[in-house]
Write a protein that binds this ligand. Structure first.
Ligand code: ADP
Length: 437
């Protein structure tokens, strides 16, 4: 299921970023191409204006000058002197049917339709007596395609003679430039989309990791919980079955067993409920100023009988000087001490010692439960706070499901404290809980 979600998220993430990238690229290309054509048109207009001024100033038009201007702008010139093709044009094939001639004629036709009237007006206004120079530039697309040529026509009237010059600037070099630019953008976009897809795959994978992890934990939790619930339930059912035909004495024994297993089940279900509440952020605490030394004495008094029963010595050590109250949830801290003491009693063999102590240093309280028990191997010290984790050798301990320390660490977290476990000098374990004042 997560594989599908991962792929879907990757596609979604990569798709959206790729779409934004493509739209931005297209916008950039549009603006850049528009700018290229505009710049070219302006520079063409400037050149026509320069040529017109030069023509106006020159009394004789040299062929050398014309070909120099032509080569500089990549233009094609067509000069008519009093309507007759100028000698210069004899170098290019301008027979009636030649391609260039058709092109130039068509250009002149466009000019006549759109501009000649303006030039005649100007000339009429001057009475044909003065020198007149008129030039016009326009986009010229003889084949109906966009951006074929920029064309310019210069009309020069000198006394009784007239000179007409057509300048054509083919735009195919710009088209080539634009085509190369588009190919570059396409390649860059494709590479970027590929990288974005890889990144999205990696990124969404990282995002899903905690969800997958939590899902795995949840499944493991449910599986382990069902497994743990099965044993006491099986004992209860078989004891209830045996009750039917048992005599009075045995029936009482079976009922005791049912009660004991019921208590075990209740404690297991309570622990599971606490952890599930903590997972859904519903495990709340009600912190009030609490005298931790009093709480430790209460815990000592509650567990002393059980310790004596197991022939263990339980002692409590408290600081002699005044202790400020600690803002904590009394019931939860008592539950935490109960878990630690219950474990210490369970994992310490007869004749052992258990010590409950409290210290206050630098605005912090340190509660510790140490025992002379079986101890915990360094490699197990981190794992024992995991749900349902039990060290192999203690698996048989009755009523221990590996949830106690998980609940303890959730309680400590809610109090913004820490819980650590270490080896007690001389053997056994020591659990230290730090609580801020
Ligand atoms: P359990 O209910 O099984 O004790 P806990 O979460 O309280 O579950 O503890 C997890 C495991 O850590 C225990 O199964 C036990 O193996 C180990 N453990 C906890 N406390 C002690 C201790 N004081 N001495 C030795 N081992 C301990």
């Amino acid at each position: 299921m997560f594989r599908k979600v991962h792929l879907y998220l990757t596609m979604l993430c990569a798709g959206i970023t790729a779409a934004i990238l493509v739209v931005m690229s297209l916008l950039y290309l549009y603006l850049s191409e528009k700018g290229l054509y505009e710049n070219q048109y302006h520079s063409f207009q400037n050149d026509i204006s320069t040529i017109a001024t030069s023509l106006e100033q020159q009394s004789v038009i040299s062929m050398e000058w014309l070909s120099k201007m032509e080569a500089r702008g990549g233009y094609t010139f067509y000069v008519l002197d009093n309507g007759i093709p100028f000698l210069y044009n004899q170098l290019i094939n301008l027979s009636d049917s030649s391609e260039t001639r058709v092109l130039l004629d068509s250009c002149l036709k466009t000019y006549k339709n759109d501009f000649e009237y303006t030039f005649i007006e100007e000339e009429l206004n001057s009475g044909g007596r003065y020198n007149t120079c008129f030039h016009a530039e326009f986009p010229f697309n003889p084949n109906g395609k966009p951006h074929e040529f920029y064309a310019g026509v210069i009309e020069l009237g000198k006394e009784n003679s007239s000179l007409q010059m057509v300048v054509l600037s083919p735009l195919d070099f710009l088209e080539k430039q634009i085509f190369v630019q588009r190919i570059h953008f396409l390649a860059i976009d494709l590479a970027a989309i590929f990288l974005l897809t890889l990144f999205s795959f990696f990124f969404t994978g990282k995002l899903l990791e905690p969800i997958i992890e939590s899902r795995k934990k949840q499944t493991a939790f449910v599986a382990a919980a069902s497994h743990e619930l099965r044993t006491p339930l099986a004992v209860i059912l078989s004891a209830a079955e045996c009750c039917r035909d048992a005599d009075e004495e045995r029936r009482i024994k079976f009922l005791d067993t049912i009660k004991q297993e019921g208590e075990v089940l209740t404690s297991l279900v309570n622990d599971m409920l606490s952890l599930s509440a903590s997972d859904s952020q519903n495990l709340s605490i009600h912190p009030v100023p609490t005298e931790l030394d009093t709480l430790l004495i209460d815990a000592y008094e509650a567990f002393e009988p059980l310790a004596s029963q197991k022939k263990l010595s339980l002692t409590v050590s408290l600081p002699e000087n005044y202790l400020p109250p600690c803002t904590a949830d009394k019931e939860r801290i008592f539950q935490l001490l109960s878990i630690l003491l219950h474990n210490a009693i369970s994992y310490t063999p007869e004749g052992g010692r258990i010590e409950l102590s409290l210290q206050h240093r630098k605005s912090r309280f340190y509660l510790s439960v140490s025992d002379t028990g079986i101890g915990i191997l360094p490699e197990d010290r981190k794992k024992i706070f995991d749900r349902f984790y039990r060290v192999e050798k203690s698996r048989s301990a009755k009523g221990h499901f590996g949830l106690g320390l998980s609940v303890a660490s959730e309680i400590v977290k809610l109090h913004h404290g820490t819980i650590t476990v270490a080896e007690r000098s001389g053997g056994g374990s020591i659990f230290i809980v730090m609580l801020p004042t």
